[in-house]
Design a protein around this ligand. Structure first.
Ligand code: SAM
Ligand code: SF4
Length: 319
């Protein structure tokens, strides 16, 4: 299929909650972000309607995210319902891993294909400082459980922040060498906690440092139009990848649609606002998705350039 004949949206990211059991310094203030009222949080039934409409319009993969998706009651049941939906090739989940040790087995059984796990430091004290509330041993147990239960390939998301964890780039490279995971270095984006500036470490800087001691071979972009550029590590068990929205914006190839926990469909991370979907019937949902697709295409898919910082949290939109 050539690019013009592909559906604009092939991938839906669903934020099932704005709540989180951590308070990562680059994502939320210490007190957390203002919580959406319980009555405003999307019901699972509505999520399934949106998924059905999105599938009818070309979406064939979904990812559950948040906030922290594993803190929302009933999330395993949602995975089960999604995994049984005709037309969906893959149900995946992004988590901070804190609860994954207990959830990996039930999630796999429910039909989850794989997980991305966030881990910004390999040092217990620093991990606790960056996440403000976390214990690294929980996340390491979560990673182990995900591998054991076959939620693979396990991808580890690392946001490198200058002066915070940039001295661990080599350690994360070694971690990828020694474990069957893909460690993905994410350029920090200017969201919450960085409204005025968001210092980041670029893909080139990380690559230079890793190449000094690992033989890296470029594999290409992740399958399915994913934003990460992936490298094999000669003789290694895992791989490294880069998600570089600051230095290598991937808006042009973006095929994502987002559903926020408050029930807004958004064509782009950088959209000023979305379309409220809670009360819409399938035909209306399909029309909204088609309209958003036309708008996204008209924009030349260059809307999210992150040239202006945003004083909201990625946890609001669904990271
Ligand atoms: N709580 C889950 C987690 O941490 O994986 C899912 C939601 S979180 C918002 C999703 C991803 O967004 C995480 O990998 C996190 O590191 C990333 N993220 C949050 N704020 C970010 C920022 N300002 N720049 C880059 N990535 C960010
Ligand atoms: Fe929570 Fe994920 Fe944001 Fe960390 S990055 S505060 S775990 S939503």
């Amino acid at each position: 299929m050539d690019a013009r004949s592909r559906p604009v949206f092939e991938y839906l990211r669903i934020s099932v909650t704005d709540r989180c059991n951590l308070r990562c310094v680059y994502c939320m203030p210490p007190e957390g972000v203002p919580k959406i009222d319980h009555t405003q949080i999307l019901r699972y039934e509505t999520i399934l309607n949106v998924v059905d409409a999105a599938v009818a319009e070309g979406v064939h993969r979904v990812r559950i995210t948040g906030g922290e998706p594993l803190v929302r009651r009933g999330v395993v049941g949602l995975v089960h319902q999604l995994a049984g939906r005709p037309g969906l090739d893959e149900v995946a989940l992004t988590t901070n891993g804190v609860l994954l040790g207990d959830f990996a087995g039930p999630l796999k059984e429910a039909g989850l294909r794989r997980v991305n796990i966030s881990l910004d430091s390999l040092r217990p004290d620093r991990f606790a400082r960056i996440t403000r509330l976390g214990h690294i041993e929980d996340v390491l147990a979560g990673i182990k459980a995900a591998i054991t239960h076959g939620l693979t390939p396990v991808k580890i998301n690392v946001v490198i922040i200058p002066g915070e964890n940039d001295d661990e780039i080599e350690d994360f490279g070694r971690f990828a060498h020694d474990h069957p995971v893909v460690v993905r270095f994410i350029e920090r984006m200017p969201f919450q906690a960085a409204c005025s500036e968001a210092p980041f470490v670029s893909q080139e800087q990380v690559l230079d440092r890793l190449s000094a001691f690992l033989a890296l071979e470029r594999e290409g972009n992740e399958p399915g139009g994913g934003p990460a550029e992936v490298y094999r590590i000669a003789g290694g068990a895992g791989r490294v990848g880069f998600i570089s929205s600051r230095t290598h914006p991937f808006c042009r190839s973006c095929n994502r649609l987002r559903l926020t926990a408050a029930g807004q469909l958004m064509p782009c991370l950088d959209s000023p606002e979305g379309v409220a979907v809670a009360d819409l019937k399938i035909e209306d949902l399909r029309r909204v998705i088609r309209d958003l697709a036309v708008a996204k295409r008209a924009h030349g898919k260059t809307c999210a350039r992150f040239d202006g910082a945003r004083c909201i949290s990625l946890s609001d939109i669904g990271g």
